[in-house]
Write a protein that binds this ligand. Structure first.
Ligand SMILES: O=C([C@H](O)CO)[C@H](O)[C@H](O)COP(=O)(O)O
Length: 211
């Protein structure tokens, strides 16, 4: 089970310093969507150079232009790029073509997907590597959490790896770990913590108790 640190709101230099502090507990560093918008592939490239032993994820949430936008991430050194599950199968296939050419992985973010079982079946049929249940920041503000979607995912996924994101922190980590996803994504739970190093350590230790 891997811990993915989502860096969304920090500027590049701050993000590099932050990641340096918590890196011992983190397997995947996510260049989050707002970070990608603000800093582009320069952030992906810089993180890969600075943290060559960590996997890097470019959270582009691709909706169109699947091959070109995936290639941007892989050219910059990312191991993973994200696309949106609500997009067309043609876009997912184009992302997968780029991932296959580079030997990298496509993560499909299931945010706002209405019928998870049908979409899981379709995406597994296309050969998607990772499926991510995700309660987004705006949905979190309305009190939602991804635990029920994770249960649906666990019940229906046959071959893909499973990731989960959406407001997870050290006080809620145990119930996510109990469902045994492959990747747990934590952003603000760590980046906004009073003691980010302690928070990252507690989360990683909880994951280790089940790994
Ligand atoms: O993908 C994300 C969100 O859409 C903002 O871009 C976050 O990285 C993801 O939700 C993880 O962050 P937290 O929910 O704060 O743990």
């Amino acid at each position: 089970m891997k811990l993915q640190l989502a860096l969304d709101e920090l500027k590049l230099e701050e993000a590099l310093e932050f990641a340096e502090r918590v890196k011992d507990y983190v397997d995947i560093i996510e260049i989050g969507t707002p970070f990608v918008i603000a800093e582009g592939m320069n952030a992906v490239r810089t993180f890969k150079e600075r943290f060559p032993d960590k996997e890097i994820l470019s959270d582009e949430k691709i909706m169109d232009g699947g091959f070109f936008e995936s290639k941007l991430a892989f050219d910059a050194g990312a191991e993973y790029v994200t696309a949106l599950g609500v997009t067309d199968a043609l876009t997912i296939k184009a992302c997968l073509k780029a991932a296959d050419e580079f030997g990298k992985q496509l993560v499909v973010d299931m945010i706002c997907v209405d019928n998870l079982p049908d979409k899981i079946r379709e995406l597994e049929g296309l050969g998607v590597h990772v499926l991510a249940v995700h309660t987004g920041a705006d949905q979190q503000a309305a009190g939602r959490r991804p635990i029920d979607d994770l249960k649906v995912m666990k019940a229906h996924v046959k071959s893909a790896k499973i990731a989960v994101a959406g407001g997870i922190n050290s006080s809620t980590i145990d119930k996510y770990v109990a469902l045994e996803p492959d990747i747990i994504i934590v952003g603000t739970g760590i980046t906004y913590a009073a003691d980010p190093v302690k928070e990252a350590r507690l989360i990683k230790e909880a994951m280790g108790r089940r790994a």
